[in-house]
Ligand binder design. Structure first.
Ligand SMILES: Nc1nc2c(ncn2[C@@H]2O[C@H](COP(=O)(O)OP(=O)(O)OP(=O)(O)O)[C@@H](O)[C@H]2O)c(=O)[nH]1
Ligand SMILES: [Mg+2]
Length: 380
């Protein structure tokens, strides 16, 4: 049997199509209700990106983590009741859950249980169009599903219950699948490394010259591609959806002082990006590391823009790029509500180098002027 892809293992598209989900947000006492609500909203928008209908949600306060079911048996009963009342056939946890807990919950509830990480991986899988992005997503999915392979074979053994010898063959198949998955992982890593090598050559050409590199980074859906399109007359896909961009695009832009700079649009960030994805997309995320200046786009019209800022800052810190000269664009000012203005003004007075803009409404001349000034300061 040839091993094709992750889809052969858990068939996520089967799980996600035509499903009605119940969302579960867990937190400890320290998490405020507003933060839980925000987590819920983001989880719902991630789910609806995949076409999953969310019919119910609940907030579980986890005082002590239960190693078998995470939330404890009493709470599982409540979850089961709500899911049944709302005719849900999928439960989505906002936090990561271990393969063991996932299996236990599925057994008790009798419906599929997934976590936010699996939802994000599936969105990336749906979005990946180029060869590199597809390989990177497949690698991330395989690494995520390897410890979960048992789940599928446990289900199969159950269906085959009573058939003599079936359990043994299931286990053998599991071992075979594991080995095939591991071989595929090695192959994928090799192929990705090859693509990375040729990308490195291109990058070296880009960075060896005198021309400055600016990475456009930030939370997903903040307006990064819209900005690149506007300053370079390109047509990178820009849409009101999460993770529209997976591959970096670089464009040469003439600055108001007559010098040229290379602007690179990058993959968007989200809080708790699955570590398998961060690892697989390392070379794409490295665009920020290689840049001379970071242009951070923040959607200021989001009530939780401060959390988006914190996530962006954390990802950049993890990459070791946060200390680079940076300019924060507080974008979508045309959509900002009165209530958010105070938080936005507080942010802009915090000492962070930032500008209030509306990429869709304003000319980007001011932004490009600022970049030209920063380049002069850094001697580029
Ligand atoms: N109202 C308003 N909408 C904007 C503005 N800038 C961008 N948008 C909209 O925001 C949505 C997301 O824009 P994108 O440029 O695709 O965002 P992105 O950061 O590239 O997103 P990903 O690639 O998904 O990470 C689009 O529908 C844009 O039209 C703005 O200044 N005002
Ligand atoms: Mg984009």
């Amino acid at each position: 049997m040839a091993f094709n892809s992750h889809a052969d293992i858990t068939k996520p598209q089967d799980i996600f199509s035509k499903v009605t989900a119940m969302l579960v947000v867990t937190s400890d006492q320290a998490t405020s209700r507003t933060a839980a609500q925000r987590n819920r909203d983001e989880l719902e928008s991630l789910c609806s990106t995949l076409g999953i209908k969310c019919a119910a949600w609940d907030y579980f306060n986890v005082r002590s983590f239960n190693s078998a079911t995470y939330i404890g048996s009493g709470q599982v009963q409540r979850l089961a009741w709500i899911a049944q009342e709302n005719q849900c056939n999928l439960v989505v946890f906002n936090n990561s859950i271990s393969p063991r807990i996932q299996r236990n919950l599925e057994e008790i509830l009798g419906i599929a249980v997934v976590d936010r990480q699996e939802i994000i991986l599936q969105i990336f899988a749906d979005r990946a169009t180029t060869k590199e992005a597809r390989l990177q997503v497949e690698l991330a999915q395989l690494q995520y599903s390897l410890p979960r392979l048992k789940r599928k074979w446990a289900d199969l053994s159950q269906q085959r219950g009573g058939v003599k010898g079936a359990k043994g063959s299931g286990e053998k198949q599991l071992e075979l699948d594991r080995r095939q998955a591991q071989t595929r992982i090695v192959r994928l890593k090799r192929e990705i490394a090859e693509i990375e090598r040729s990308r490195d050559v291109q990058r070296r050409n880009r960075t060896s010259g005198k021309i400055a590199n600016i990475a456009i980074v930030g939370y997903t859906n903040s307006g990064k591609s819209t900005l690149l399109n506007k300053i370079s007359d390109s047509n990178v896909l820009s849409q009101d959806m999460l993770f529209a961009t997976l591959d970096p695009t670089t464009r040469r832009v003439r600055l108001p002082d007559g010098n040229f700079a290379l602007f690179t649009d990058t993959v968007g960030f989200v809080s708790d990006l699955p570590h398998e994805l961060v690892e697989a997309f390392k070379s794409t995320l490295d665009e920020a590391v290689l840049a001379d200046i970071l242009l951070i786009v923040l959607d200021a019209s989001r009530e939780d823009f401060i959390s988006c800022w914190e996530t962006t800052r954390d990802v950049l810190q993890q990459l070791g790029a946060f200390e680079k000269p940076r300019l924060v664009l507080l974008n979508k000012m045309d959509k900002v509500t009165e209530e958010s203005l105070f938080a936005i003004n507080t942010f802009s007075m915090s000492g962070e180098h930032c500008m209030k803009v509306s990429v869709t409404q304003d000319s980007m001349e001011g932004v490009l002027n600022e970049i030209a000034g920063m380049l002069k300061e850094t001697g580029l």
